[in-house]
Design a protein around this ligand. Structure first.
Ligand SMILES: O=C(O)[C@@H](O)C(=O)CO
Ligand SMILES: [Mg+2]
Length: 265
């Protein structure tokens, strides 16, 4: 049986951030993920997890200057020292929050990047990810990479599943795994079930949302019951992150999750 994690960067935004933990637990979630923990101390977040009985299942490395539009630094030539510091900081939180995996965002390529610029990003990405995976392995953690659609995030360096598979293979560290976000894959490539099958052994985390509006998974063009059925047949028993923007009230929109124990009311 899959386990559902509430993405607290998107769900329960009716509440202040620290109150979202209790709201998620009350609605039947057993885990949480969110973009970044760094605005709070590990102690504060650990208290919120303990009080609500939730597991922390994922968060991202520091992404560079998010407010200025940066979306990770893992593939950015010249930012290697910052990347290494971000690995150290993320792993400090991962240990404190007992979180088994962290996501390293790739970053953006320059407008009109030519082939040699792309190759420089690729080489930096591979070297940085190898470093991150080896550091994470010392602490028993995984590092994830996630192809993101270039409509929502133009110029994001990692946008296709094949590209992610090639990077995983080249880095060659067993704890570097795929964050398979079905929303992004549907927008860029479709063919969700075949992608899941082909990449199954490399998947470290799954995220879902309706397409194209990124609302609840029962709104839009993806028939998630079929996807969940195939995941069950494949033997997926790990976390699925609910990373969508509720069309209305978060709790009222949870009817799709009743088979997994979510409580809309
Ligand atoms: O899909 C997403 O947007 C997230 O999983 C993420 O980490 C980057 O925004
Ligand atoms: Mg995602």
């Amino acid at each position: 049986m899959i386990r559902l994690a509430a993405n607290l960067s998107m769900l329960f935004t009716e509440h202040d951030f620290l109150e979202r933990f209790a709201a998620a637990a009350d609605a039947g979630f057993s885990g949480v993920e969110y973009l970044f923990p760094y605005a709070y101390s590990p102690d504060t977040l650990r208290s919120a997890l303990e009080a609500s009985g939730l597991q922390q299942v994922l968060f991202n490395l520091p992404p560079g200057d998010w407010e200025a539009g940066e979306r990770g630094v893992a593939s950015l030539p010249g930012r290697e020292a910052e990347f290494r510091d971000s690995v150290t900081e993320a792993l400090r939180y991962a240990v404190a929050l007992d979180c088994p995996r962290v996501h390293a965002m790739a970053g953006l390529i320059p407008e009109g990047a030519d082939e040699s610029t792309r190759q420089a990003h690729h080489a930096t990405y591979v070297a940085n990810l190898r470093f991150a995976a080896r550091e994470a392995a010392k602490l028993g953690r995984e590092v994830l990479i996630e192809p993101i659609n270039t409509r929502d995030m133009p110029r994001y360096f990692l946008s296709h599943q094949d590209q992610a598979m090639a990077v995983l293979q080249e880095v060659g560290e067993p704890n570097l795994r795929l964050q398979f976000d079905l929303y992004h894959c549907q927008i860029m490539e479709g063919d969700l079930v075949r992608h899941l099958e082909c990449q199954f052994e490399h998947i470290g985390h799954i995220q879902i949302a309706g397409v194209p509006e990124r609302h609840e998974p029962d709104v839009g063009e993806v028939h998630y019951p079929a996807v969940f059925e195939r995941l069950k047949e494949l033997g997926y028993v790990d976390w699925v992150g609910c990373e969508y923007r509720p069309a209305g009230n978060t709790r009222a929109g949870l009817a799709w999750g009743r088979p997994f124990g979510l409580r809309p009311e």
